[in-house]
Design a protein around this ligand. Sequence first.
Ligand code: ASP
Length: 352
Amino acid sequence: MEQIVRNVDNYRSSILLIYTGGTIGMRPDEKTGALVPFDFSGIYDEFPSLRRLNVDIDVHTMPKLIDSSNVKPSDWCAIAEVIRDNYERYDGFVILHGTDTMSYTASALSFMLENLAKPVIFTGSQIPIGVLRTDGRENLITAIEVAAARVDGRPVVPEVALLFHSRLCRGNRTRKSSAEELDAFSSPNYPPLAEVGVKITYNTAAIAHVEPSNEPLRIATMLSEGVAIIKLFPGISEHTLRAILSVEGLRGVVLETYGAGNAPTSGWFLQLMRETIQRGVLVLNVTQCDNGSVEMHLYETGQRLHSAGVVSAYDMTSEAAITKLMYVLGQNLPWEQSVELIQRPLRGEFTL
Ligand code: ASP
């Protein structure tokens, strides 16, 4: 049964807004009309209505504002460091990010922030904040409200989440699913953590339950970049696949398969998978379908993959799977331990 929290504590929260770039931070230049970055340090002058929230907001602008298509793991580390350095001082964090790769960053941060017990809420917009019809204003205000929400002295959403349009979703369950619609993100295999309407209605049964602990926040910044995503298609050749899989330094692959995790049963394909895995490359099976889970035991085409040593990613998105691989392989653990970590839900990123 879902439990819905409608009322939150009357407590004055302090929120750190971390601005990384993307459309949300753009406004048309008065003279040239070209889009230029907005200065969020003047946020109260621009949106005086924010003063009506029971929240103190500070702004941290990343040194180099980027279009999120340029995001690299080093940018994830820089954001994680800002959160770590300010963790004790604030009740929650809102990260303004370009929408194109926001689900990758939210997934990566969900793994990198170990012992997280405070809200880290990502948001962005499809229309620049300086444009009259922007969706950025609502997204920004709601993200701040969510990051600030507390009940019985505890944050309502103590995890990495993504707020967009009318939904708050677990960050590592999201993907950008529309290049045009204002409702641009989906969470194909996990229910929203909150629905945003006249009120913000939290689905507390779906939100991570974090027990109070004295464990300090730790950030994992060793991420392996020896990873790749390979999407199968009918006709993929041995030559192409072999070339990709023999790249030097490759340590992990997200294999996007058909349906419930199925792939060709041709001898060369299975042999190549076996050889790759025997070389110590971790191959993770993610479905190409928009929703649903990998179930390798259902068909012979999946069973063969399983016997070759391919590991199921269940209902993980490719965004979560590739960032989890980077995180797990970055720890340089023995093979069995890496496989064990990959197959264990660490931050609610898949359902068994
Ligand atoms: N290209 C932009 C970005 O991802 C798009 C956006 O923010 O919506 O940074």
